[in-house]
Write a protein that binds this ligand. Structure first.
Ligand code: FES
Length: 573
């Protein structure tokens, strides 16, 4: 049996020859385990975000068994621990409201139980940052085992992907170009197997960021969920965490500023989700690494989009895997990366990437032939977003990246949705649609409402994109000229709260400018007349969330969870 050199944390529970140690060992024996199964062996928590209402994680109970096999064969003892499952589509009002809840749960699960390290099973959007944030704050060796993307699908001979094509088909259905029979048939398409969305949405972006940070095995995050390589990778995770425990390889040893800048470069080269801007700042905040929106913008200016995957490109995640996956993409970026960063494998990033070259130049483009001349992210400033806002130029309409138009303002999602179906709504293709009260505090939870629908009468007239501005987020699978994450948000008095119908708004992405063309004195008059919306939650988790959530440019973590101040280990009596 492999014996780690340092005393095991779990020995505090199991090794003592006293009444407490007796009780802890006795309760293990109650489950049929032997004394030697828990004494002197690394105890590995398999934190599993499986649930029956989380389709992207439908296979994770089986994968937990593969992880266990790896742990056992390496001489460790695995215990599977369920954690909150944030299935993106089912959880309302938004999984983002519960990302920090999951992070707290993971941190306290690991702290309160006799474990020496953890394998984290997840992948659907907020699950990845939630698992990682908790593990970083707990500080035990931890390895992320990604759920993997679902299989490709085709419709009428063309690749169709989860999320991206749902919106496209809905627009065509609204415009009267798609019949109801086909619309109903499409319900069984695009999501062909368990696994995360097969477009470059938030899930694939965030799992790739986990890998780029060194927190997941090299190459693991591109493997399709239903490929036989996936359970093999899960078993490898189980074996590797046992060694990581022996090496004392904690997230803190991996998470340098260089690692975070590598992760940002990967986000940009993937044409990754704008949501990553929030999550990467939250992860850095947990690791105590200084990182800002300005850093992300600087990376976006130097790293082009190389992954030809929806919504920036026209292929799907399975194609990306066949082309070599993330290691191949990172090899294309070698000169933009800090290759000396340590990875979970115990070697440097440069060593881990050796020999893993791209096999398809159309799917993973060379630097000289990017997918889009526009980057994956631009951070905007100006009097409408003093602390920043973001847009994804590669998924926007080139003709709208510089635009002036009159605002049509909506104070909330229900009002906005009702108006979009109204044929008398006073809008045209030049109108700038503005949604407020959709931020971290206001919504609450900053839902993915920022891809505001195009008004039905304009869809029928052939309009498919408009400038849209909100303090919300947008699904990473979506596309359009959508300015998101406006900070500070309207519900805490950000300038978005002061916009009125007909005000002229100017967007200039090249100049990184978002400007409300109203003079300062008038804005001050409006501010004096403004009052915040009354809080809708008098109790419970959401009340706590609204009182402590930070703004988008700070990562939307709860303020008391940020930082690296030590938390004492639990007393064992
Ligand atoms: Fe789970 Fe997209 S809904 S990854």
């Amino acid at each position: 049996m492999r014996r780690p050199p340092a005393p095991l944390r779990s020995a505090r529970w199991f090794a003592a020859d006293d009444m407490r140690g007796f009780a802890h060992r006795q309760r293990m024996q109650q489950m049929g385990l032997r004394r030697e199964d828990v004494l002197g062996r690394p105890i590995v928590a398999i934190v599993n975000t499986w649930s029956d209402l989380s389709p992207c994680h439908a296979h994770l109970r089986e994968r937990a068994e593969a992880v266990k096999r790896g742990v056992l064969m390496a001489g460790g003892m695995p215990f599977e621990l369920p954690a909150m499952s944030l299935g993106e589509v089912m959880v309302k009002p938004t999984t983002m409201l519960y990302r920090n809840f999951l992070a707290m749960e993971v941190e306290e699960l690991l702290r309160s139980l006799p474990v020496d390290g953890a394998v984290l099973l997840g992948g659907c959007d907020k699950t990845t940052p939630g698992l990682l944030m908790g593990a970083i704050s707990m500080g035990l060796p931890a390895l992320f085992c990604p759920a993997g993307p679902m299989l490709n699908d085709r419709h009428r001979g063309k690749a169709v992907g989860a999320g991206t094509h749902t919106r496209m088909f809905w627009d065509e259905y609204q415009a009267g170009h798609l019949g109801q029979d086909e619309w109903v048939r499409l319900e069984s398409r695009m999501t062909r197997s368990p696994g995360t969305c097969n477009t470059m949405g938030t899930a694939s972006t965030m799992t790739a960021i986990a890998e780029a940070l060194g927190l997941a095995p090299t190459g693991s995050t591109s493997i399709p969920a239903m490929d036989a390589a996936h359970p093999r990778m899960a078993a490898d995770c189980g074996a590797r965490i046992v060694t990581m425990i022996a090496e004392g390889l904690t997230p803190q040893r991996l998470l340098t500023r260089g690692a975070f800048l590598n992760a940002a470069a990967v986000q940009m080269a993937l044409g990754g989700s704008t949501n990553a801007a929030v999550h990467i700042l939250a992860l850095a905040g947990r690791a105590g690494v200084p990182l800002s929106l300005a850093d992300l913008d600087a990376v976006a200016r130097r790293v082009p989009v190389l992954a030809n995957v929806f919504p920036s490109g026209d292929r799907l995640m399975e194609d990306f895997y066949y082309a070599g996956g993330l290691p191949a993409l990172m090899n294309r970026l070698r000169e933009q990366l800090s290759l000396g960063e340590l990875t979970a494998a115990g070697c440097t990033l440069g060593e881990a990437l050796q020999g893993l070259e791209a096999g398809d130049d159309d799917v993973i483009r060379p630097l000289a032939r990017p997918v889009s001349p526009h980057g994956a992210l631009a951070v905007l400033g100006g009097n409408l977003a003093p602390n920043g806002a973001v847009i994804k130029p590669s998924a926007a309409s080139a003709g709208l990246l510089r635009h002036r138009g009159p605002a049509r303002v909506f104070d909330g999602q229900p009002e906005m949705l009702a108006a979009m179906a109204d044929p008398s709504l006073e809008v045209d293709e030049h109108t700038v649609l503005v949604l407020r009260n959709a931020g971290p505090v206001g919504a609450p939870g900053m839902p993915e409402w920022g891809g505001l629908p195009i008004p039905k009468k304009l869809l029928q007239a052939g309009v498919r994109d408009m400038v849209r501005i909100s303090d919300a987020r947008m699904s990473g699978t979506h596309y359009g000229t959508c300015v998101l994450h406006v900070s500070p948000e309207s519900a805490v008095g950000g300038p978005l709260a002061l916009v009125r119908n007909g005000d002229i708004i100017e967007l200039d992405v090249a100049a990184r400018r978002l400007h409300l063309d109203v003079d300062a004195a008038e804005l001050e008059r409006r501010r004096a007349a403004w009052s915040p919306p009354a809080p809708a939650y008098a109790r419970g988790y959401v009340r706590l969330y609204q009182q402590h959530v930070t703004q988008a440019h700070q990562g939307c973590d709860l303020d008391f969870l940020q930082g690296t101040a030590p938390t004492p280990e639990p007393a064992i009596f």
